[in-house]
Design a binder for this molecule. Structure first.
Ligand SMILES: [Zn+2]
Length: 183
């Protein structure tokens, strides 16, 4: 498990678990605890849609006090990996965002990330790629579209819906808690 904590101004004030091991083997030294402490979280996340997606999850956690759990893919060059992200409100109004590995397996993939080709959308949450009106697993996409492509990070409709459901659940729990408190 790895986590980071942000204060009410979204400044990173802590990270831990196996954060540094993960950072060094995936993102490099620029993402280790020492490098990110004191930075705005938003300066560490690329893609405006990804920032806005995460921000949309933070607000209901702060508002309702209930955690929100979503899942996302974060593959390495050799493995497909699914993680669970849990956003929790702390007593001092900070948020802790923890990441737990759900599964990993060998990747059946041709390399698809290339530069200077056609621009297309990849979901930053599930890593599927938009192809016409479908969102395809990257390896399937690479088989059907062998041309060079350039990926633009966005969030696919399925991941938006899953997040909307998670937000809805957090608000319902808060509503029920308040309702029972009034009786
Ligand atoms: Zn997605």
């Amino acid at each position: 498990m790895r986590y980071y904590t942000i204060n009410y101004q979204d400044v990173i004030v802590d990270s831990g678990g196996d954060w540094d091991d993960f950072a060094l083997s995936n993102d490099g030294a620029a993402a280790t605890t020492q490098s990110i402490l004191g930075a705005s979280l938003w300066s560490q996340i690329s893609g405006s849609q990804t920032r806005s997606f995460l921000n949309a999850l933070f607000f209901p956690v702060r508002d309702s006090g209930n955690p929100i759990i979503t899942r996302y893919r974060c593959d390495s060059p050799k493995k497909s990996r699914l993680f669970e992200q849990k956003i929790t409100l702390n007593g001092d109004c900070s948020l802790t965002v923890s990441h737990e590995l759900v599964w990993k397996n060998s990747k059946n993939t041709a390399k698809i990330l290339t530069k200077n080709g056609n621009l297309t959308n990849q979901c930053a949450q599930c890593l599927r790629v938009e192809c016409g009106n479908q969102w395809l697993e990257t390896y399937a996409y690479s088989l059907s579209i062998p041309n060079e492509i350039q990926l633009n990070y966005s969030v696919c409709p399925d991941c938006k819906e899953a997040a909307t459901m998670a937000i809805h659940d957090a608000r319902i729990i808060a509503f029920n808690k308040n309702a029972s408190g009034r009786r």
